[in-house]
Design a protein around this ligand. Structure first.
Ligand SMILES: [Ca+2]
Ligand SMILES: [Ca+2]
Ligand SMILES: [Ca+2]
Ligand SMILES: [Ca+2]
Length: 362
């Protein structure tokens, strides 16, 4: 993410004269609404909720694929992939796609916005449109989640009827893949001659509806994967580079230090004046690890995480030691520095942490 931004800034710096400053291809997900009390800090791209238990709406936009606005290149397709890894980034609670039970599309339009009408390219036979009436067409969330089964309104959708929707609604092939939590929004124009000039403003590509759990405290991130997961496709089939991706933030501020409890006695939990939690280790991480349940100290951290034999590489010889030490709780002797997650237990979390370090040489 940071690397992408840097390239983008360099591109601006090179294109010094005659070019609108600060323009670059962007995808951004913006918090726009909540069904409860909230404020939106646009500068931080953050929605602030006094408490969890709310349904929030976020919208995805793209812009900037033609920085000098001279009509070249034009855009004929896109794919934007949501990064859900920050849905659990708070101290407690989580974000999750909103599930609204439904038996027809109108329920979903009522819940999430959009419009149903009897105009346009409506379905003509019942089997084509199990959740709407023959002759009806709906733009927005459909009663089609899980995909093709229905039962819930799609929590990720494109509302093609919006005036700022990127492509002419009847002249593009659009789909939102909701089969994984990293929702994937994609569309391509049916006729390349319709390719879109950069208007110099943000254009809408999709909507995401999330529930903030009632116990939520802390700051969560709703990310977008940069290139190559997300792409803007030019009419000549080349990909716009660089592509800057900007996340939305969801903050449920803490009120008390007890709001920041992280189930570890190895950290001191403080609610900072700005409503964010700070969980500071209360032991010296450079000399020992700590059991979060008891506070007992154990072992020693490896100088480089995963490089247990300290030869500068994290490789299979280190993995062999990790296998020998599995369930050595607390780790001692040759296992003393094998506790990658530093919680006085050698288990699956250490394997995951180790795998993340494989092949890293410093
Ligand atoms: Ca241009
Ligand atoms: Ca703690
Ligand atoms: Ca090693
Ligand atoms: Ca561990």
């Amino acid at each position: 993410m940071i690397r992408t931004r840097t390239i983008c800034l360099v591109a601006w710096a090179i294109a010094l004269s005659g070019v609108p400053r600060g323009r670059c291809a962007n995808i951004i997900i913006v918090p726009v609404a909540s069904d409860g009390v909230h404020t939106i800090n646009a500068a931080n791209n953050e929605i602030i909720l006094p408490s969890g238990g709310q349904r929030i709406t976020l919208e995805i936009f793209v812009d900037g694929w033609d920085p000098d606005l001279d009509g070249v290149p034009t855009l004929k397709g896109f794919q934007v992939v949501v990064d859900s890894s920050g849905y659990t980034n708070g101290v407690r609670g989580f974000l999750t796609p909103t599930l609204v039970p439904c038996s027809d599309d109108q329920t979903c339009i009522d819940a999430f916005g959009g419009v149903c009408s009897f105009l346009g390219d409506a379905c003509t036979v019942d089997s084509d449109c199990p959740f709407v009436d023959v002759g009806e067409t709906c733009e927005g969330s459909r009663c089609d989640f899980p995909i093709l089964v229905g039962g819930f309104c799609e929590p990720g959708f494109m509302y093609g009827g919006r005036p700022d929707f990127i492509f002419p609604p009847t002249r593009n092939l659009a789909a939102v893949d909701l089969t994984a939590l990293d929702f994937r929004f994609a569309s391509t124009l049916l006729d390349p001659k319709d390719a879109i000039e950069d208007p110099g403003t943000r254009l809408y590509v999709g909507t995401l509806v999330l529930d903030v759990s009632s116990d939520a405290v802390g700051r969560y991130e709703v990310g977008l994967f940069p290139s190559p997961d997300s792409i803007l496709l030019q009419v000549d089939n080349s990909i716009v580079q660089p592509l800057n991706a900007r996340s939305a933030l969801v903050l449920v501020p803490c009120q008390l230090n007890s709001d920041c409890a992280d189930n570890s006695v190895c950290t001191t939990d403080v609610c900072a004046p700005d409503g964010t939690c700070v969980n500071t280790p209360n032991f010296d991480e450079t000399v020992s690890c700590c059991d979060p349940g008891t506070g007992d100290l154990c072992g020693v951290p490896s100088l480089v995480p995963g490089d247990f034999d300290d030869d500068g590489r994290t490789d299979l010889s280190d993995f062999a030691l990790l296998q020998r030490c599995f369930h050595a709780d607390p780790p001692t002797g040759e296992c003393a520095n094998v506790d990658v997650s530093c919680n006085c237990s050698i288990d699956a979390d250490d394997v995951a942490a180790f795998v993340a370090e494989i092949g890293v040489s410093r």
